[in-house]
Every structure is written in structure tokens, then in C-alpha cells.
Write a protein that binds this ligand. Sequence first.
Ligand code: APR
Length: 247
Amino acid sequence: MPEVLTHVISAELRERFASAKNVLVLTGAGVSAESGVPTFRGGGKTAVWKGMPFDVVSSATMVKRDLPAVWEWFDYRRKLLQPLQPNPAHLEIARWQERFEQCTVFTQNIDGLHQKAGSRDMIELHGSIWRARCLTCHAQFEILPDEVRDDTCVDCGDRLRPDVVLFGEMLPPGAFELAADRATEGELCFVVGTSAIVYPAAGLPEIARAAGAYVCEVNPERTPLSGICDEVLTGKAGEILPLLAGV
Ligand code: APR
């Protein structure tokens, strides 16, 4: 662990971390970057698939227009993800769920790496790439690695789509309400690896702060949320979060 980083954690954050009982963590693609998962933005670029910006291929419009193309993009992402392992940031967050009386992890990530690291009762704000859902009866089906994915719902026979929140779609029913509720209860809120431009997820730290939480951002770059944070830790999540292990 790069010793040079130890000073980035303020005495205030150490104190609050040491005494906290209820901790919130909002994560985005950046928390998985050190595992090899490409982020969508950051570094001034956005992901493109077969000439289409990712927010075009992964959209509600595309499901209606060309569902096979949508599956092709998610099948490609799933293949990318399959061999990847959680990094020290995922592992540290999973440890926090054992350490604190309550530690709620809201993730925008669909990659399943938090769960692979041992995190439980995740609030998956944007669904999961490891699930499919029926277009008609909304039955959900797990997609197992190395298994041929079904295209059809065994319950009602209609087609399956990725169980992921696509552009132009609402979050899963109840997910944001539950998250917003939890966000009012936290003493400490970490915002890790998100560009904080996609709402309503990016609104959760604001709810937490309005309810009195100390908000700490971890990101190599500033985001629109940096200005409302009590503390900004500039750097990689996999290098910074483990610094709290000894607190
Ligand atoms: N550690 C911490 N943060 C990092 C790291 C790292 N190692 N590497 C990159 N980042 C930061 C980037 O600086 C950027 O601010 O992670 C952020 C990633 O931003 P996005 O790619 O926009 O991802 P995210 O915020 O999760 O996007 C939100 O948008 O595309 C949709 O549904 C998709 O859930 C996604 C949502």
C-alpha cells in the first residue's frame, strides 16, 4: 500500500469512521475500474459499440427497435466481466458490511463484483447484467456464466430482455424509494467512482447530506458532487478505501 496516501484521510473522517454505526456507500463504474471493467465516462471519453454510443444501444428505444442488438452488447459486456475479480475497494466495502451495525451499499453497477466480493443486500439501482427479465410477465431469470442464455420466458413464452435499467427507463420499482429512505439514516456517506451525472442515483448523497451525514467522495477526478462533499479524496478507490481498514 502506497504510504504516501495515508495523509489523504483527515482526522475528522477517521473519527467519524471509528465511531459510525450507520454507513452509506454509493458506487459507480469507477469502483470496478481497477478490476478491468471499462467505465462509461471519465478521462473525457464515452464508450462506443459498433459505432453506436453506449447510451443508444443500451436504451429502451433500442429494445423496441432491435432487441437482438441490445443482447449482443450485453452478451459482449458479460463475456468481458466473467473472468474479472473484485479489487481491494470491493473487498473493503464488503468488510464494512461486517464492521458497521448498518452499511447500505447502493450501486449503479450491473457487474456483480460487489456480490462476488461478499457484499450482501445490495441495492442494485440499475439492475444486473447477470439477470434477464420477461417483456410481458416481468419474471426474472439468472444468467449463469458459461451457460447458453435463454431468449424466451419459460412462464409466458414472450421474449426476455436484460434485467438492466436502460437509458430512458425508470429504476426498478421501489429501489429508489428504499435507497432514499436509507440515505436519510446514515451518519457517513461515501461516494465512490461515479461521475455523479446520472439521476436519481446521484441525488442520494444530497439526501444523505441534507439529513446530516458527512459525505466523502473518492474519485481521481472532480465531479458535480465534489462541491457538496465534506471531504474529497482524490485518487483510486482500490488504493484509498483500504486506508480505512486500520481505523
Ligand atoms: N477509483 C475511483 N473512481 C474512478 C476510478 C478508480 N480507480 N477510475 C475512474 N473513476 C471515476 C471516473 O473519474 C468517473 O468519475 O469513476 C467515474 C465513472 O463514471 P461513469 O463512467 O460515468 O460511471 P457511473 O457514474 O457509474 O455512470 C452512471 O450511467 O452509463 C450509465 O447506467 C450507467 O450506471 C451507469 C450510470
